[in-house]
Write a protein of this length. Structure first.
Length: 231
């Protein structure tokens, strides 16, 4: 689905990251951890063809318009209602899919509400529905849940995880939360400005009781130790 080979992104004389190589299979969810400034967001932009590479290659099996980014900020338009924000830029033929997604995330009664009438968690659910309505083949998540409280965050983690696993959507999640990375990712990598320093597999990814497993705690501890070595 996605093959990145020795990729580098520069901003003028500053290198955001370099020597980054990664192969991602169809339906896989990759969590990316790393300190601030290591180039995680720049990598997502490069995958989505929003930033050019200074060197290296990124080969996708799909075109850029089948690749969707969900950001930390919901970026909803205040003058459009919930349904209008989800359908932004799309023809009316997407309405049924938009309504199904909004029902899935518990917003079927807020279709005609405006962003200022919604809580932060509701707004992120609208942003999630907007990211999924096109049925992307690659979903890029740039810390979309960072501003939410723990309960809302876990609910949206479950919504995202269930949907992408069901529809075999290849997903790359950037997060600063070790717990979120371990829970969401079938594979977790630790990124530095000079590439990947660690990769860990999560063989328990599909366990509905994963949050209560001792193995998840062990994986978190492993990642915490590896991440500490990069600081």
């Amino acid at each position: 689905m996605l093959a990145i080979q020795d990729a580098q992104v520069d901003y003028g004389s500053h290198t955001a990251f370099s020597h980054f190589s990664l192969s991602v299979h169809v339906g896989e969810t990759i969590s990316i951890l790393g300190k601030s400034g290591c180039g995680k967001t720049s990598l997502l932009y490069a995958i989505a063809s929003l930033l050019p590479l200074a060197s290296g290659t990124i080969d996708r099996s799909v075109e850029a318009d089948h690749c969707t980014i969900m950001f930390q900020q919901d970026n909803l338009l205040p003058w459009k209602n919930v349904l209008g924000n989800v359908l932004l830029g799309l023809p009316a033929t997407y309405r049924d899919e938009a309504e199904k997604l909004l029902e899935r995330v518990g917003l079927q009664d807020q279709l005609h509400h405006f962003p200022q009438q919604l809580s932060g968690g509701m707004r992120q659910r609208v942003a999630l529905a907007r990211a999924l309505v096109r049925r992307p083949q690659i979903l890029l998540l740039d810390e979309p849940l960072a501003a939410l409280d723990e309960q809302q965050r876990e609910l949206l983690q479950d919504d995202i995880k269930t949907y992408v696993r069901t529809h075999q959507i290849t997903t790359i999640l950037v997060t600063h939360s070790i717990r979120e990375a371990a829970y969401m990712g079938s594979r977790i990598i630790i990124m530095t400005p000079g590439g990947i320093t660690c990769q860990a597999e999560n063989p328990w990814i599909d366990d509905p009781d994963l949050r209560t497993r001792d193995e998840l705690f062990g994986l978190e501890q492993q990642l915490r130790s590896e991440l500490r070595d990069t600081l």
